[in-house]
Design a protein around this ligand. Structure first.
Ligand code: ATP
Ligand code: MG
Length: 465
């Protein structure tokens, strides 16, 4: 590999299939204008700049890309010198974030995958120091990549990506598309295929298995035979991935608009059983002769909402998908004598204990999820004490939505929901400045002061509770 930028890239481009501007028909009008500005600025400063990954794939499929990623031969330090609105981020991969008014565009330096070659001479002292602090490529004993920070050529950068359809790049120099891996043919055939040996690629990063499932479901593609066989064989190793990353990836999958299809594929390939063994076993069983159908129904419901462009909170998503499982656990605990509230809390704690070692649900999300389920009982207490303290809860809409979706078809429940929604629509009182009371007709809600009784040891009763 030569180190001079110009030569190096010319040489590498020769191994790519080039699809010219006339052949691919992607218009720059469909591209993110800030990403284009970055590409032009890099070019004006003598660097190479490409759009890569999902955005090129989606533009070719006529879909709207979620985000636009830029790669360049400029090092992060060089990118920072060109763009004033740039911040360098990331410890595992050093990346440049270019900040615009309402978005951030990520600019990465071409990277290569595993290499035994000697490192090229660092261009500057700070780069040398950084390399010393972060060794370039680190794999664990099982071949999983722990750190990968090796600068490379465009071809190497394409080859380290996950799937052929995700490795296409668009050059601003001549508006052509470069294909180093056969991605265009796979895109046309609707195939998800790993780049290189699928067994090795899934070993390096098991999360790629979830990505394969998501792209297949989202794009309506099939997973190529060898890739699928390797995935099924490696399904159990998914649990080796970092639990917070698995949570993020599961969220992407469930909010993809094709969550039902994704979960079917996860179950067919064994990934579902590996990720959620207890829940998966419960799903396949029955309670009192009835199959557990809510999970499937809720996946379809969430898909329809996402497809309409609606947002669903993470706690509500968990409640919709796992609520029936929690109810079942709580029923069991109640039969053993636990009071209602306690049984729900314990059931959610049990669920978190089963799930979090593999898929890390943040505590904050977990307690909001628990509240949606445990507050259902409050909906039955009409009017109860201070209904406004309930309607003013930040999660009031999620509590109502959960009730409506899971039990709203029952007449008495529908009535309760109507009552609560009417309460929530009551006009919010306008605060009246002191001395003007009586001069306005704005309705005023009386707030009773909470009295705190002091106990003998000095603690208030509220503290003690
Ligand atoms: P999406 O529409 O979900 O954004 P995407 O393909 O753009 O799909 P990103 O997660 O945004 O996915 O990643 C951008 C690109 O980075 C991918 O297209 C792929 O080339 C590469 N990539 C992402 N994750 C991995 C991975 N785990 N292993 C190898 N390459 C990856
Ligand atoms: Mg993307």
């Amino acid at each position: 590999m030569k180190s001079g930028n110009g030569n190096r890239f010319k040489e590498e481009n020769e191994s790519a299939v080039i699809i010219t501007r006339q052949e691919h028909g992607i218009s720059r009008k469909l591209m993110n204008q800030n990403a284009l500005r970055i590409l032009y600025r890099l070019k004006d400063n003598g660097f190479v700049g490409y759009l890569v990954g999902g955005c090129v794939r989606d533009l070719l499929l006529g879909r709207e890309p979620k985000d636009f990623d830029v790669v360049t031969n400029a090092t992060p330090g060089e990118v920072k010198r060109i763009f004033r609105n740039c911040r360098l981020v990331g410890r595992r991969f050093r990346l440049a974030h270019i900040h615009f008014q309402n978005e951030i565009i990520e600019v990465a330096t071409f990277r290569s995958q595993a290499t035994d070659e000697p490192e090229p001479e660092p261009k500057a002292a700070d780069e040398a120091e950084q390399r010393q602090r972060h060794p370039r490529m680190l794999k664990d004993d099982d071949g999983m990549i722990l750190r990968d920070n090796v600068y490379g050529t465009p071809a190497e950068d394409a080859l380290r990506r996950d799937f052929t359809v995700n490795a296409l790049s668009y050059s601003i120099a001549d508006f052509s598309i470069m294909d180093y891996t056969g991605g265009l043919a796979d895109l046309n055939a609707g195939i998800i295929r790993t780049i290189g040996d699928p067994t090795v690629r899934f070993q390096e990063d098991p999360v790629r298995m979830l990505r394969a499932v998501r792209f297949a479901a989202q794009l309506g593609f099939t997973i190529e035979e060898e890739t699928r066989a390797a995935l099924v064989a490696a399904a159990d190793t998914i649990v080796r991935s970092a639990p917070p990353r698995l949570y993020d990836e599961m969220l992407k999958l469930l909010f993809s608009g094709e969550g039902a299809k994704c979960c079917d594929l996860l179950r067919q390939t064994g990934l579902f059983q590996a990720l959620l063994p207890a829940f998966s076993a419960w799903l396949g069983a029955e309670s009192e002769g009835f199959p557990h159908t809510r999970f499937g129904e809720m996946l379809s419901y969430v898909d329809s909402r996402v497809q309409q462009g609606d947002k669903i909170s993470q706690p509500l998503l968990l409640a919709l998908l796992f609520g029936e499982y929690i109810d079942d656990k709580a029923d069991r605990l109640r039969r053993q004598g636990a009071p209602w509230q306690q049984s729900v809390n314990a059931a959610v704690a049990e669920f978190m204990g089963e799930t979090c070692p593999v898929i890390m649900i943040a505590n904050r999300v977990g307690s909001a999820f628990r509240d949606i389920i445990s507050q259902q009982i409050r909906l039955k207490k009409i009017p109860g004490r201070r209904p406004e303290s309930f309607t003013e809860r930040p999660d009031f809409n999620d509590i109502i939505e959960y009730c409506r979706i899971t039990r709203g078809d029952k007449k008495d429940v529908a009535k309760q929901l109507d009552w609560w929604l009417a309460q929530a629509r009551q006009p919010v009182p306008i605060p009246v400045p002191e001395g003007l009371a009586g001069e306005t007709e704005a309705p005023q809600r009386k707030r009773r002061k909470r009295r705190r009784r002091r106990s003998q040891n000095g603690k208030s009763s509220a503290d003690a509770a």
